[in-house]
Design a protein around this ligand. Structure first.
Ligand code: SF4
Ligand code: SF4
Length: 431
């Protein structure tokens, strides 16, 4: 039961969160339902809670109830709804299930940004103590690591020592290292948890003779998925402060769609602070090295049909469409698009932090059926996607629907076909 004090608190969050843009979204929806055919979750389940307009409707109803004269004085009129447990439960399911893919926004005649409306829903749920518990735990663990990095540093260095051997073997250079905490480096590379996104990046940086250093913090930002801006900023601050301390010129984010958006787009919007360094994606770095002739590829190595899944956070939400396709063209001409693609691409179903929330596993795998259909039609055997969440979801879809495909990051795709020239084996050393 929602007591009167909680109700007042939640209405305050609603009131503070509504701005002109959100008000426009709430006012302008004509309930035309065009968005229903755009959402992979609604299309595959027909569950009204996943209909984009319905997700926003829950916010519209409480807005009407508490912040319009009609709702305050004639509550029986219209669809004004009070905040109660049932509404909050519905709001939780509709909100935290959304992958934030913005495909509905692309098709909506008024470009209503359901994801943005749901960011307000997340703020209300968090204030009600009903935010996603697992995303809260993951976000808190990241914040804790930032506050206690001295405790983690030795463990990180030990792990990297073991990893360096694999890199040395790949580049055939016993002096190849993974630099860490290197002041004045050109690049601070921010990887994911684990070494799978460190190894290929280290190979690429080594071959390009780049002046780089590895961040002690992982790129993933669960505060963003949770919808808690304060925590999201604290998590991003760990990287920002490290970059400032090391005085790097460029922060390069690994293949992780939301992490790139947080650092490149959202951080300055949230904090109103202009960052003193460039933020780029590792894809931009690879493209740069290809153009500069620093990466050489065995172009005949890939025989299978290759396709590309546009991660929603990297494509629709950040505008990267040509760049990844250009990189693939450096490696193979055996490329075939998924249909539809680019702005119209279907979400794989794993975004929005869903792969980290077991309660949504069933929905996640069911709603991936649109992606499965696309992949099957393409007849591709290799699917590349530069986003960790997408790859985890594609791996799960591959297993469940027996697709028999290989899912690859762009870095692995490039490194697996890379030529290590004989004359670069001797005497190459990290700066
Ligand atoms: S397509 Fe846009 S206007 Fe139509 S119901 Fe969906 S959100 Fe509302
Ligand atoms: S953002 Fe994506 S998952 Fe969320 S409602 Fe829109 S289409 Fe569905």
């Amino acid at each position: 039961m929602v007591d009167i004090e909680t109700e007042k608190k939640l209405v305050k969050v609603l009131e503070n969160g509504i701005n002109r843009q959100l008000q426009y979204y709430l006012d302008v929806c004509t309930r035309c339902s065009i968005c229903k055919d755009a959402c992979h979750q609604y299309v595959t389940t027909k569950d009204v809670r996943y209909l984009p307009a319905y997700r926003a409707e829950l916010i519209r109803r409480i807005f009407k109830k508490y912040l319009t004269a009609e709702g305050k004085f004639i509550p029986s009129l219209g669809e004004a709804t009070e905040i109660n447990d049932r509404l909050l439960d519905d709001l939780f399911e509709s909100t935290y299930a959304c992958t934030g893919c913005r495909r509905c926004m692309y098709y909506c005649p008024f470009s209503i940004d359901t994801t943005w409306v749901l960011s307000l829903a997340k703020a209300i749920l968090i204030a009600a103590g009903k935010g996603s518990s697992i995303l809260t735990e993951l976000a808190d663990a990241s914040v804790m690591k930032g506050e206690n990095i001295a405790l983690f540093k030795d463990i990180i260095i030990d792990t990297l020592k073991d990893t360096e051997a694999q890199i040395q073997e790949k580049v055939k250079d016993p002096n190849a290292i993974i630099p860490i905490d290197k002041e004045g480096a050109e690049i601070l590379y921010v990887a994911l948890s684990g070494v799978h996104s460190i190894i290929p990046a280290a190979v690429i940086f080594h071959q390009a003779k780049a002046d780089w250093t590895l961040s002690m913090f992982e790129a993933a930002n669960y505060g963003y998925f949770l919808g808690d801006t304060e925590k999201a900023v604290k998590i991003a601050d760990r990287i920002v402060n490290e970059a400032k301390r090391l005085n790097v010129k460029e922060v390069v984010i690994t293949e992780c769609g939301h992490a790139y958006r947080v650092m490149q787009i959202l951080y300055e919007y949230w904090t109103k602070e202009k960052l003193p360094f460039k933020v780029t994606s590792i894809l931009e770095i690879m493209s740069r090295y290809f153009k500069e002739g620093k990466i050489k590829i065995d172009t005949g190595k890939i025989k299978d049909i290759v396709t590309y899944h546009d991660p929603c956070q990297f494509g629709r939400n950040a505008g990267f469409y040509d760049l990844p396709r250009e990189i693939i063209q450096y490696v193979t001409t055996n490329f075939r698009e998924l249909e539809p693609n680019r702005e119209k691409n279907w979400c794989c179903g794993g975004g929005g932090g869903l792969v980290a929330q077991p309660d949504f596993d069933e929905l996640r795998l069911e709603s991936g059926r649109k992606k499965v259909e696309q992949i099957k039609k393409s007849k591709a055997k290799i699917v590349i996607s530069p986003c960790e969440n997408c790859r985890l979801q594609l791996d799960n879809l591959n297993e469940k629907y027996e697709l028999g495909i290989t899912i690859s990051s762009m870095m692995d795709f490039v490194v697996d076909t890379m030529i290590i020239p004989e004359d670069e084996k001797e005497g190459t050393k990290e700066k």
